[in-house]
Structures are given as structure tokens and as C-alpha cells.
Design a protein around this ligand. Structure first.
Ligand code: ARG
Length: 395
């Protein structure tokens, strides 16, 4: 008697596809259930995964998790100004959600083992395993455990009638969701190599972008965007519209040396047009609506939030605590930001908010609202300790 059912997180790519015969041949399972989770990949990508899953596995599920991805993960990242080492995280945000959906299918199918196609070098294995192990499931990861090479994989796929789409000339590993697209592998692994134009799919080269700037207006409500150019939009609609628009203006490319969880440095290319615009506008609106103290403290919170989110530790108690702080901080982050999109850059032109902590009366050169003589007393004692020490040194 075999080992029954295993539920596999499935993308339709080479690694996860060869896992289907591998878990039967090498691990002795009788039945493979594949799960593809739609977090905003291209439609063709989801269609391809669905078709391949149906052909190759015993049972296949395609789950549309886009709404959940936007509301529970992307919105949280916007509130937290979610940048890891300077770029807007994408893959990291989606992995816990994909894992949760796989767990749900495992429960439904009565499976006690789940599988994924991650290698032993990257972050995704750890992000998946964390969620799977919380659910008390056994995890198998054939690519990591059998130490397979690309060449072996391609040959094995061909023997098992699995269509292979990775080509020698275009060996990029791509991961895509509504928030970002990541491209790695092949010659990009040389940090000195200049990324060729062909790897980009969401953004045009800034020098090919339109010669006329475009100004858009984003309205935020409690830290998340709800309206674009005066039109109410769902998060999903707003983000995909903005990906097209800002991508057309060449906005949102990153070319990184990134520190992975295990400490390995990796060369990574990303595209994230909507994320760049939304995060830029959001941070600007915080600058208008939060106090200096809140801003300074929140920068530390945001940094820690990003580190934990990158590591996939979304059930770390500290992560929940940080989210609680971030949620209250965002009560006031409501207002409007005008952003100019032009040849790869996104610049805030103006902002306004009913929660503004800015007083034109106080700051203006032309106003008498502040009695300037009050500053004389402040100035008299300003930096008093440092002044004493410095004066002593100069004697
Ligand atoms: N380095 C990024 C991250 O860890 C992107 C990984 C992309 N994954 C992939 N399988 N292509 O978040």
C-alpha cells in the first residue's frame, strides 16, 4: 500500500512540474493533488498552470486569492511602507498566502503531507515551510532533498512527457504577482552583467517612455489608496491600472544585490510600477499627517516589519504587535497626493489632508500668527550642554 495523497504547491514551471512524478516515484505517494494560487500572475500563466496541473496530477485546484492578497497582504505592506533593502517586496508577501491556500486544500483532501518545488538556496522554502509546519503537516521538497540540477530536471521532464519551456537562451526564473515581478537566474547571476531589455515585461525603458509627463491623483483612506483620478476603485483595479500606467512611463525597476535569509547574496531584478507610485505617495502623506515623533518611531517599526515580512514570519508575535501599532498610526493617513509620472521617475507635486499637521499660518514668511520673539527664549538655552563642553574645549 502506498502513502496516499500529497498536496503540491504548483506553479506550472519546471521545478514544480517534475515534482509530480517525483513524489510518486521517489517518495511512494499514490495520489498527487496540485494547487495553483492566483495572486495576480498573468492570465496565461494561470491558464497554463491549470491546464498542466489537470493533465499531470490526479486532482488539480486553481484558487483565486487575489482579493485576499490585496486586502490582507498588499494593503498591510502599503501601511508599513514595505521595502526590503530598498525595493518593494512582492514574492515575500505572496508566499504565506499561497501556503495557507495549500494547507486548506490539504485539510479538504485529508492529506497529512504537502510538497513544494523550492530549492535549498532561496527564501521561498523557508516561507512555505513555516506555514506548513504551523499546520502540523509533513513537508517534502524534492528539488531541495534530491539535490537536483537543471540539466537533470530537463531530461527527467522530457522522459515524463512534461513540456519544458525554459530555454538555454532565456533561462530566467520569474515570479509574478499583482504587486511585483521578479526575474533572476541565467546571466543575471553575474552582478556586473547589465540586464537586457528583453527580461522586462511590465515596464518600458525610461528612455523609451513618453516625452510628456502625466499627473495622477491618488486618494488614501486610513493608509490605503481608494481612488485614482477621482474615480473610486477596488484595490485590485487600482493596482493593475497603475501597473499599466506607471509601467508605460518606465517607473519601478530595481536591480539589486539582495541579502537572502540564509545570508547568501543574490542578484535580483524587479519590476513594480504601481508599488513605487503608491509607496511614494503613501510615505509623502504620512509626512504630512503624522507627528515628527510618530514618523521617527514608525521608521523603525516599518524596518522591522519589512524584515519579518521578508522572512515570511507572519505569525511571529512581534509581527502582530507591529501591525497593531501600524494600524492605529494609519487612522490619520487620509488625503490626496498628486504624482507626476515621467521617464522612469515618480515625483510628488502636491498633497493635502483633512488630518494635516501642517499649519501655513505658523510656517509662513508672510504671517504674524507666530510671535517670533517667543523663539528668543528658546534660542537662549538651545543646545546648552553641548555649548558648555565646546566652549571649555576652545579655552
Ligand atoms: N529574492 C526575492 C525574494 O526572496 C524573489 C524570489 C523570487 N522567487 C523565484 N522563485 N523566482 O523575495
Amino acid at each position: 500500500m502506498g502513502k496516499e495523497t500529497v498536496v503540491l504547491a504548483y506553479s506550472g514551471g519546471l521545478d514544480t512540474s517534475i515534482c509530480i512524478p517525483l513524489v510518486k516515484e521517489r517518495y511512494g505517494f499514490d495520489r498527487v493533488v496540485t494547487v495553483a494560487v492566483n495572486v495576480g500572475q498573468r492570465d496565461e500563466e494561470i491558464a497554463m498552470a491549470t491546464e498542466k496541473g489537470k493533465n499531470l496530477a490526479d486532482v488539480h485546484y486553481t484558487i483565486d486569492a487575489r482579493e485576499k492578497f490585496v486586502h490582507e497582504f498588499i494593503f498591510a505592506a502599503i501601511r508599513a511602507n514595505g521595502l526590503y533593502e530598498g525595493y518593494p517586496m512582492g514574492t515575500a508577501l505572496a508566499r504565506p498566502l499561497i501556503a495557507e491556500e495549500v494547507v486548506r486544500v490539504a485539510m479538504r483532501e485529508g492529506a497529512t503531507t504537502v510538497a513544494h518545488g523550492c530549492t535549498g538556496k532561496g527564501n521561498d522554502q523557508l516561507r512555505f515551510d513555516f506555514i506548513f509546519r504551523i499546520a502540523g503537516l509533513e513537508v517534502i521538497a524534492p528539488i531541495r532533498e534530491l539535490n537536483l540540477t537543471r540539466e537533470w530536471e530537463i531530461e527527467y521532464a522530457q522522459e515524463h512527457n512534461i513540456p519544458v519551456t525554459v530555454k538555454k537562451e532565456k533561462p530566467w526564473s520569474i515570479d509574478e504577482n499583482l504587486w511585483s515581478r521578479s526575474i533572476e537566474g541565467g546571466r543575471l547571476e553575474d552582478p556586473a552583467y547589465h540586464p537586457p531589455e528583453e527580461i522586462y515585461a511590465w515596464t518600458v525603458s525610461p528612455d523609451k517612455a513618453p516625452d510628456t509627463p502625466e499627473i495622477i491623483t491618488l486618494d488614501f483612506l486610513k493608509g490605503v489608496p481608494v481612488r485614482m483620478n477621482g474615480k473610486d476603485m477596488s484595490g485590485m483595479e487600482l493596482i493593475s491600472t497603475l501597473n499599466d500606467l506607471a509601467g508605460k512611463h518606465g517607473i519601478g525597476r530595481s536591480n539589486m544585490i539582495e541579502d537572502r535569509i540564509l545570508g547568501i547574496k543574490a542578484r535580483e531584478i524587479y519590476e513594480h510600477p504601481a508599488a513605487t507610485v503608491i509607496l511614494t505617495a503613501h510615505a509623502d502623506l504620512e509626512q504630512l499627517t503624522l507627528t515628527r515623533q510618530e514618523l521617527a518611531f514608525k521608521r523603525m517599526v516599518d524596518d522591522k516589519w519589512a524584515e519579518l515580512a521578508y522572512m515570511g514570519l507572519v505569525h511571529e508575535p512581534l509581527f502582530h504587535d507591529l501591525n497593531a501599532f501600524i494600524a492605529t498610526s494609519q487612522e490619520k493617513v487620509t488625503g490626496t497626493v498628486d504624482v507626476q509620472l515621467f521617464k522612469g521617475s515618480c515625483r510628488v507635486l502636491g498633497r493635502s489632508s483633512p488630518e494635516s499637521v501642517y499649519s501655513g499660518e505658523l510656517a509662513s514668511f508672510d504671517s504674524a500668527a507666530m510671535d517670533q520673539t517667543h523663539a528668543i527664549g528658546v534660542s537662549a538655552y538651545y543646545g546648552i550642554q553641548a555649548r558648555m563642553i565646546e566652549q571649555r574645549k576652545r579655552k
